[in-house]
Design a protein around this ligand. Structure first.
Ligand code: EPU
Length: 332
């Protein structure tokens, strides 16, 4: 891609759901200096488009995927602090860190998307989240017309959420770099049942073995095209809400999250309703991971939306729980 803006662009290569949709313009800064001017013209800001559902043809989009590179800021015997450009591919970065002997991100292997998006969502998988590794976020604020550094404490990171999803920041703040603190000593996190079951005890001190194990688990469950990962968030319930759900579903799994919440697998709530493989038009509930909605090849945005709405209605009716989308819906 040359130049900084294209007119009426197919989003085939710019989002992972594989829908036939277009953007009125695609703004593509190649370096930070181009961000302020191009941001002015953009309605939405995306990374690699791996967590979005365009619900039709879209107005102007800015993608940060042209912002590449990294810089070591501080290194000691125990840790390293690095600043990574937002457009770097997340998994590529995780692998690079492992090569350098910078540890902590192994369980976040193979998560689709860019480094910048990792902070927007506080990505998490297999018992690890981005949050403890994030030092700060740097970017351009359109309305304030300023480059800002937000320390991690100011980013309000929670379960798949951050300040960058609030109206004041979303599409207003273009993240261009993350500062991360990684460890020189490898301490494997093996709590997640799928990981514990698959890890070879003889190799549990080998970071690449953990990385590859997570990769394998993911690839068995998550198709790498025609979807945007988990479509819904796992509901977080308080003690009372969980007790109420357990009256209807005594065997529902629940995992403590923070001091007062329990994370209940939405996949379980959907699975129990027999919806694996359920289709509307070209959209389908993934047969192995019902939290993932897939485009079988011919889905329209309306098919995916209708399927999502149907699942929400069935879950609400059966379990009294409102599922919230985890993917971001982008409207025309
Ligand atoms: N389950 C079923 N039936 C199934 C699959 C799962 O009942 O067919 C139940 C089981 O009880 C299982 C539980 O759901 O133990 C959890 O399933 P899984 O380990 O596949 O994880 P998940 O909760 O569905 C979350 C994240 C994923 C992340 C995995 C692994 C969210 C919204 N999703 O999925 O993240 O990779 O855990 O940590 O938190 C994403 O955000 O896009 C994403 C893929």
């Amino acid at each position: 891609m040359f130049g900084s803006a294209c007119v009426k662009v197919s989003l085939a290569n710019y989002h992972t759901f594989g829908l036939q949709v277009y953007a009125a313009r695609l703004l593509f800064p190649q370096n930070e200096a181009e961000v302020p001017t191009l941001a002015e013209q953009a309605t939405y800001v995306i990374g690699e488009g791996s967590n979005i559902l365009p619900t039709g043809n879209l107005p102007a989009l800015l993608t940060t995927r042209g912002l590449l590179g990294f810089q070591i800021l501080r290194e000691s015997h125990t840790e390293v602090e690095v600043e990574v450009a937002a457009g770097e591919n997340w998994d590529g970065w995780v692998r690079y860190a492992l090569h350098r002997g910078w540890y902590g991100l192994e369980n976040l292997a193979a998560i689709p998307g860019s480094v910048g998006a990792a902070a927007v969502q506080n990505i998490g998988a297999y018992g690890v989240e981005l949050a403890p590794f994030l030092v700060s976020v740097y970017g351009w604020h359109k309305e304030r017309k300023a480059w800002l550094t937000l320390p991690a404490e100011a980013c309000a990171l929670g379960y798949r959420t951050s300040i960058f999803q609030t109206p004041e920041w979303r599409d207003q703040f273009i993240i261009t770099r993350l500062r991360l603190r990684l460890q020189r000593r490898f301490v494997p996190v093996l709590d997640y049942p799928d990981v514990a079951a698959r890890i070879n005890p003889k190799k549990q001190h080998d970071p690449w073995h953990l990385y590859q194990t997570v990769r394998r688990i993911r690839s068995e469950k998550l198709p790498n095209k025609g979807n945007a990962g988990s479509f819904f968030k796992n509901p977080l319930l308080g003690q009372t809400e969980l007790a109420r759900l357990r009256q209807k579903a005594p065997d529902v799994p629940a995992f403590p999250y923070g001091a007062e919440s329990y994370k209940v697998p939405a996949a379980w709530l959907i699975d129990k309703l027999g919806l694996k493989g359920y289709r509307i038009g070209g959209a389908m509930v993934h047969p192995r991971q019902p939290l993932v909605l897939v485009n079988t090849g011919t889905a329209t945005p309306q098919d995916v939306l209708a399927l999502a709405t149907y699942i929400q209605a069935r879950v609400q009716e059966a379990w009294g729980i409102q599922l919230e989308p985890e993917v971001r819906l982008l409207h025309p």
